[in-house]
Design a protein around this ligand. Structure first.
Ligand code: C5P
Length: 407
């Protein structure tokens, strides 16, 4: 459970949309106020059908903001000020409709306008019927919002007010309080502030001709998660990404490239940096003299592809010199003898750390969500338990921060 002491004195703008879970938002206001949080509330028209403005007003001890067009509200507090004079915006319950309006950038009532006008972080607590939550539209809206940096707590599984069972119940008030405290704790923990990081991620595509290419199975999940985790700790991150299906992580500068040579150029353009993490699965070889016209099947022998070696980005960044990042981290994806190969790779590439993992078929690492890694440094090996790639990223980012703290 997050440390609640961090909440005292914080200002939360709570948007209450129209769902049955709105009754829990009254409890949320109480729990936040008990912990010294100033809560100001915006109630949507539908929200006011589930909880009364009077209850919200009594609990926040403030005006309840409801109408984009109200002269009184606007003169007391315009929607721009309302959206900025908070440390965090919390949408609870976040209905399917409001999430859709947020994703679409609509400004058709006070709540949506405030959420569009804000320059502050936003935490949503979705609450809706299970089918509405699972609908492709809601999932796409949620993914889009999260890729833009919107934070989420819940929804939980359980029996819903409509008697269906599944995900869709709003997180409990204390879970939302924990998430809010967690946000403020993370925000004040920025040990990498002022540090620049380069992260490579994803596969590279090496053209054979204008329509065909050589590629590999890397999903980019681990590299993208590392970029996001370093940014969360305050680093200024340039993510150099090969083609992936992932959204750009929030808070990072993302450079999209296709080939290894483009990846190297983008990394060099991002120097100087304090940290480089090479998580990309760079193609070792490219086609020498790729055709600039589509190769034709003409009944003769299949074309022979002559391959030539790609630049090694990790080894290049690790080369001693003025522009060498202070900490260079490489990856070693192996299918056996992981530690021996990875330790040798660390020496060969000249990097400081190697994150080694077993990518044998059956481990589910490629494209999967979990990873089992060993961190190999000059002074030994640390084996981490299997955990989600996001957690590996967070732990690696903390290790990076520890390295700079120890310097
Ligand atoms: O040599 P190998 O591909 O096994 O090494 C893996 C490590 O080297 C990874 O960190 C990968 O990102 C990096 N690498 C690179 N450029 C290459 C090949 C690998 O940066 N051309």
């Amino acid at each position: 459970m997050a440390d609640h002491a961090i909440l005292a004195g914080k200002r939360v703008l709570l948007v209450i949309a129209g769902g049955i879970a709105a009754y829990k938002s009254l409890e949320l206001i109480r729990r936040l106020r008990e912990r010294g949080v100033t809560v100001r509330a915006v109630l949507t028209e539908a929200g006011a059908r589930f909880v009364t403005p009077l209850s919200v007003q009594a609990l926040t001890e403030d005006t309840v903001y409801r109408d984009l067009w109200s002269l009184t509200d606007e003169s007391e507090m315009g929607h721009i000020r309302l959206s900025r004079e908070a440390d965090l915006l919390v949408v609870a319950p976040a209905t399917a409709n409001l999430l859709a309006r947020m994703a679409g950038g609509m400004a058709d009532d006070l709540a949506a306008t405030v959420l569009l006008a804000t320059d502050k972080p936003v935490l949503v607590a979705p609450a809706m019927n299970v089918r509405m939550w699972q609908h492709a539209a809601t999932q796409a809206n949620m993914a889009l919002l999260e890729s833009r940096g919107v934070l989420r707590v819940g929804p939980n599984d359980g029996v819903m007010a409509c008697n269906e069972y599944g995900p869709g119940r709003m997180a409990e008030p204390m879970e939302i309080v924990d998430a809010i405290a967690g946000f403020f704790a993370a925000e004040s923990h920025r040990p990498l502030a002022g540090r620049r990081a380069i992260v490579t991620s994803g596969p590279t595509h090496e053209p054979i001709d204008p329509v065909r290419y050589i590629a590999n199975r890397s999903s980019g999940k681990q590299g993208h998660a590392i970029a996001a985790a370093l940014a969360t700790l305050g680093a200024e991150v340039t993510l150099v990404s090969g083609p992936t299906r992932l959204p750009d992580p929030a808070g990072c500068k993302v450079v999209h490239i296709e080939t290894a040579r483009e990846m190297l150029a983008a990394c060099e353009a991002a120097l100087p940096a304090d940290i480089a993490v090479c998580a990309a699965a760079v193609a070792d070889w490219r086609v020498d003299g790729a055709s600039d016209r589509k190769l034709k099947k003409d009944g003769g022998d299949p074309p022979a592809l002559a391959l030539t070696e790609n630049p090694d980005i990790l080894a290049t960044l690790s080369r001693p010199g003025e522009r060498r990042p202070a900490l260079v981290v490489g990856f070693a994806a192996e299918t056996g003898d992981v530690l021996a190969y990875a330790t040798a790779k660390r020496a060969r590439k000249g990097c400081d750390w190697i994150v080694a993992n077993d990518v044998s078929p059956g481990t589910g690492t490629f494209g999967g969500s979990d990873n089992t890694v060993h961190l190999i440094r000059a002074d030994g090996v640390e084996s981490w338990p299997t955990m989600p790639k996001d957690a590996v990223a967070t732990r690696l980012a903390e290790a990076v921060a520890g390295y700079f703290e120890g310097k």
